[in-house]
Design a protein around this ligand. Structure first.
Ligand SMILES: Cc1cc2nc3c(=O)[nH]c(=O)nc-3n(C[C@H](O)[C@H](O)[C@H](O)COP(=O)(O)OP(=O)(O)OC[C@H]3O[C@@H](n4cnc5c(N)ncnc54)[C@H](O)[C@@H]3O)c2cc1C
Length: 317
């Protein structure tokens, strides 16, 4: 936890993030978790994954925007992404973040833009997924998701197992027969809002997995089990077998570059696996979050910077 907090602290230090941002792509270490800075690079990485039998969900990195013009620009870039995926016949969809679509400016604007993206995706016979952000946004995200799903019927939503409210939210959403991406939850939430500690979060995750997969057996949900935790994956696989679900009734999801061994196992066992593929120039905060989830990841960054330092002193000599 200390190391994790230290990495979070580092991520707020401009000098550190600037150094990482300057060197990360050039020296390759950021490419472990980020598919590149341009859509073209993300499509190339996606092609490789799709050729290996995975689906992908493209995510254009970036967070809150503060002007309507910026939100509209992001909306246009999401539409460009889904059109490019379709043109290249890549299996999968795009993942959108509502704060990138102006959620802090106006719920109406954000709903309108999310609706536009879903409609364009639907005309191409494609789906979209909405990420879930911090708990300040949960209510409004659910409202916008419901409106978009009612209108277009092609949207999925991430739901966080650590929130106390999650089971009720799933009951509320069941009528819409949505795709639900079940995640543990990536934000720091207080006790009042979320269960604390790995054991409690894992217990909730398993309970929600069972609830969603049982829902899938009744045609209520399309669950996406989004975790790199082998125990969560094993629990879901056992439930899929118990409920005799068909392959198209559920899927697994993992993030680009994380637990590639487990990704291979899940794929080899015959399950659908969708890989979340982030790209964009604003990759540093995302990259730092991945480091903080597993401090061992810092070693390969340090090794890379060390190698660069060695090369630089050799050049100087
Ligand atoms: C496809 C996908 C989409 C997501 N979307 C959202 C979202 O919309 N909203 C949200 O709040 N959260 C989202 N998350 C993040 C999620 O909430 C967790 O923070 C994250 O997945 C880590 O939890 P875990 O289930 O992998 O289990 P953990 O208990 O955190 O990790 C289990 C094991 O996975 C491996 N692992 C985990 N992280 C890393 C890493 N960075 N590097 C290397 N190994 C690692 C380690 O072996 C670790 O022991 C998403 C996750 C996935 C997979």
């Amino acid at each position: 936890m200390l190391v994790r907090n230290f990495i979070f602290w580092l991520s707020t230090k401009r000098g550190v993030t600037d150094t990482i941002a300057r060197r990360g792509m050039k020296h390759g270490f950021a490419r472990r978790f980020v598919a590149g800075e341009t859509l073209g690079e993300a499509l190339t990485a996606s092609r490789e994954l799709c050729d290996a039998g995975r689906n992908v969900s493209l995510n254009h990195l970036g967070e809150n925007v503060s002007t309507e013009a910026a939100a509209r620009e992001v909306c246009a870039s999401y539409i460009e992404m889904i059109e490019a995926m379709d043109a290249q016949k890549l299996g999968g969809n795009i993942s959108i973040k509502l704060t990138q679509l102006g959620l802090d400016i106006s719920k109406g604007l954000c709903g309108e833009l999310a609706g536009q993206i879903a409609r364009r995706a639907r005309t191409l016979g494609r789906t979209i997924e909405m990420d879930m952000e911090g708990s300040a946004y949960t209510d409004v995200t659910l409202d916008i998701f419901e409106a978009v799903q009612r209108e277009s019927g092609n949207s999925g939503l991430a739901i966080q197992a650590y929130l106390h409210r999650t089971e009720k939210d799933l009951q509320r959403l069941a009528a819409l027969k949505p795709k639900i991406r079940l995640v543990k939850g990536a934000y720091r939430e207080p006790k009042k809002i979320a269960v604390q500690g790995k054991a409690a979060v894992d217990a909730n995750y398993k309970r929600m997995t069972t609830l969603l997969l049982e829902g899938a057996a009744q045609g209520m949900f399309l669950p996406a089990i989004a975790s790199h935790d082998p125990f969560m994956v094993a629990h879901a696989q056992a439930e899929v077998a118990r409920l005799k679900l068909r392959r198209e009734q559920y899927e697994f999801q993992m993030i680009y570059g994380i637990r590639r061994d487990l990704q291979q196992e899940v794929h080899a066992a015959g399950h659908t696996l969708q890989v979340y593929v982030p790209f964009g120039t604003d990759w540093c905060p995302y990259f730092m979050r991945r480091l903080s989830e597993r401090p061992a990841n810092c070693w390969f960054v340090l090794r890379s910077l060390w190698a660069e330092g060695g090369a630089a002193s050799e050049r100087a000599a």
